[in-house]
Design a protein around this ligand. Sequence first.
Ligand code: GCU
Length: 354
Amino acid sequence: MRRKSRVLTGVRTALVAVAVASTGFVSACANLGGLNLETVGSQGQTTYVKLALNQTESHPSYIALDSFAQRFSERTDGRWEIDIFPNEQLGSQQEVLQFISSGAIEMAIVSGTQLENLNRDFQVLNMPTTFTDVEHQMEVIRDPSIVGDLFTSLEDENNVTVIGGFTQGTRHIYTAGAPIDTPEDLAGEKIRVQESDMHIRMIELMGGAATPMSYGEVYTAVQSGVLDGAENNEVSYVTQNHMEVAPYFNDTSHLVGLDYMIMRADLREAMSEEDRLIFDQEWDKTMEEHTELWGQETEAAIEAAKNAGATFYESDTESFNEALLPIREEFLTSDYQWELYEAVRAAYEEGEQE
Ligand code: GCU
């Protein structure tokens, strides 16, 4: 039986928002009573951890997190309880990232694009051409020799640590008015992107006009004609009901996207070594489960979208991929970024030879 996440009342949501907006991050944490880091995980008490997610309860990320939370609680005899708040209940990804830094909440799933706004090195993993497929991506993000430094890079300044990630699968452009075949067809089309300079440029290179916007606003913006389309994976297309307002799903395959599991760095530090080990073991299983679920749910989403009347259009994928090649020279500006990129690509080549 699936555990139901505790319902967050409107009052509590407002409290988080008001406290953070009016009193600043540090005192917001104190106002909310925060977590006492000295006693977290102690015997005879339950430490409640708030985890923010912007997806629905039928999305694979919610399903995988829900079983992660159950297993972690069971293995720690109920000393830890992770409460998942789906559907942007705690705010957009940009907001929850700030709530984590301030200590108002403890964990969240955020897209890589959010982290690149804190450290541009994350752009390497949010860039078209970096990952060939989901398997390659998951191998890389589980390899500390490649991503170890990156994942700890936000701890000192932002109090955020990266625990690992979930794939966003391959992303495509979907449109309201007509299918698109090549970059020429996107001329003048306003396409929503995540809040990222690099993704704005990505759409420009693909021929369109980009509008950055948070995830939860996309449906209405397409419906009202503010946007002509958006870009995402099949699962989000269906769980967000975007197929109702943008019925052409075009195979642009322009990006294998990545979500991160992030956590307050001071909380991770405060966990006992034993609990941290249990957490990491269960998290590792969770990433595997999610990847498996991802494949199944992608297939199911395609079926559901077709049944709802969507058209899956075979665009000239190659023409979009070629148009995107200059993005590397434009955005990889330091030696470290190039080294990271080369290491990610080498992991793919090695995987191919095995
Ligand atoms: C995907 C991804 C989310 C992200 C969203 C978006 O659904 O999993 O983390 O927020 O895309 O396009 O904003």
